[in-house]
Design a binder for this molecule. Structure first.
Ligand code: ARG
Ligand code: ZN
Length: 452
């Protein structure tokens, strides 16, 4: 008897503790209008009509990311001024998740959604070799931007650190008491003051937040060509995402970062970026609503926590197709499940995201400015074993050239007399005529060259 009451007391304490630390579920991302939804459907039809299935499989889109870390003067590495390694881990999560090989994809049940997949509304392309709804490789990848838009190399790849005290009109993000206050501060003050061209970068703002706000992240939807002024779609001053600093990055990859379980595997940004690429919540934001993807079973509301498959069989009966005997796809990134339990996108979701990448004015130029490629550097140089020698004697040359890419050729020439001396990297040269000889070296690496 005594033992039982101890157990009960302990459970209560644990639940109070985690309630205080972790925001409640909720999504600050606006629900798009029906006008937006129907235009998006038209853009998908256009995309499917102007591409082939094979080209869609082969498509590769690369998105340069700039994280705006909004801090209050903390040292780099001290929350919320999180360090580079935590953000590196986030990029790795995104690249794994968007190619369908992320954390826990191996737990996808062997017979997942096979019955649901037999519905005529489910396209053949949505099924994998086992007849399941397949885990999609979206063809979309991410990099930390290596340069600003003037081409200057960033001191920390993909990072701009800003103290909110020096942003005109800003208050501390952690003082915002409600989700509305936070999104107003971000969208009206902090984002406009710090945004980088949304045509060129995916902007992600990272801040501290009060637990009562109940948000892990929120996103803007892709503006569509031919449609302006849509609530929820990104604008020149707001396009991009906001994320709580403790929900960025993965504890699996960079263990010594600052995280908050169960949102500690980087899936908040996987989820928010999917909205940024046009993905709707799997339940369609109303009970048994439409997410415009036939390969995601309908559900009544977002799934929280850590469910087990099959979860909520046949829950929506009025939808076409109805939810199957395997229940809802709580493992989809467009649900609200804990980070460890969400690990997939579907083919229909991939088509939506590729459509956004191809069509949206703030998406269709991403990856075309060279911000993901390192700046190539090359510098020719050499030293001589002696600078004064007797006639007929030789001198050893040691190559000291450096380059970001492998050097493929060396050419030593005697500037005043014999044009070519040697094409070896470290030649030994003999001089038979007396006088002053000036030696020049040209090295070449992957299309670059430099003379010393
Ligand atoms: N906008 C949602 C929220 O703030 C994001 C949910 C992300 N889910 C996750 N497991 N990280 O709640
Ligand atoms: Zn959401």
């Amino acid at each position: 008897m005594k033992k039982n009451s101890w157990v009960i007391l302990l459970l209560i304490l644990i639940s109070i503790g985690s309630y205080a630390q972790i925001p409640n579920r909720g999504c600050g991302t606006h629900v798009p209008t029906t006008q937006y939804d129907s235009l998006f459907q038209q853009k998908i039809i256009d995309y499917l009509n102007t591409t082939t299935a094979a080209s869609r499989v082969q498509s590769t889109f690369q998105i340069p990311v700039i994280f705006h870390i909004i801090h209050g003067g903390q040292a780099i590495g001290t929350y919320p001024n999180i360090n580079q390694a935590q953000l590196n881990s986030q990029i790795q999560v995104l690249n794994d998740d968007y190619s369908g090989i992320g954390f826990n994809t191996g737990t996808y049940p062997a017979t997942a959604f096979q019955a649901y997949a037999t519905n005529t509304a489910v396209a053949a392309a949505s099924k994998d070799g086992l007849g399941r709804i397949g885990i999609s490789n979206t063809g979309i990848s991410f990099c930390l931007a290596l340069k600003d838009s003037l081409g200057n190399v960033l001191p920390e790849p993909g990072i701009e650190r800003r103290n909110w005290n020096s942003i005109s009109g800003a208050t501390n993000p952690s003082s915002a008491a409600t989700a509305a206050n936070l999104t107003t501060l971000m969208d009206n003050i902090i984002k406009p003051a710090t945004i980088w061209s949304p045509n060129k970068y995916l902007n992600i703002w990272v801040t501290d937040v009060a637990a009562a706000v109940g948000l892990l992240g929120y996103a803007t939807f892709p503006p569509l060509s031919g449609l302006t002024g849509i609530s929820g779609a990104g604008t020149a001053t707001t396009d991009g995402l906001w994320c709580w600093a403790k929900a960025c990055g993965s504890q699996n990859i960079f263990a010594s970062g600052v995280y908050s379980a169960p949102y500690n595997y980087g899936r908040t940004l996987t989820h928010e970026i999917s909205h940024y690429l046009g993905i709707r919540h799997v339940w369609g934001d109303i009970s048994c609503g439409n997410d415009f993807c036939n390969d995601t079973p309908a559900e009544q509301a977002g799934t929280n926590g850590s469910p087990t498959y099959p979860y909520l069989p046949n829950i929506c009966t009025v939808t076409v197709p109805p939810t199957g005997p395997e229940g809802v796809m709580f493992m989809n990134f467009a649900d609200y499940t804990d980070d460890a339990f969400m690990y997939m996108f579907t083919e229909d979701q991939k088509t939506r995201m590729q459509t956004a990448m191809t069509n949206s004015p703030y998406r269709n130029q991403l990856g075309t400015h060279g911000f993901c490629s390192p700046t190539a550097t090359i510098q020719a140089g050499f030293s001589l074993s002696a600078t004064i020698i007797n006639q007929g004697q030789s001198v050893n040359i040691t190559d000291l050239s450096t380059a970001s890419n492998a050097i493929t050729s060396w050419n030593y020439v005697c500037v005043a007399s014999t044009p070519s001396l040697s094409a070896l990297q470290n030649p030994t040269l003999t001089f038979n005529t007396a006088g002053i000889h000036t030696i020049s070296l040209t090295v070449t690496a992957a299309g670059l060259n430099s003379i010393h």
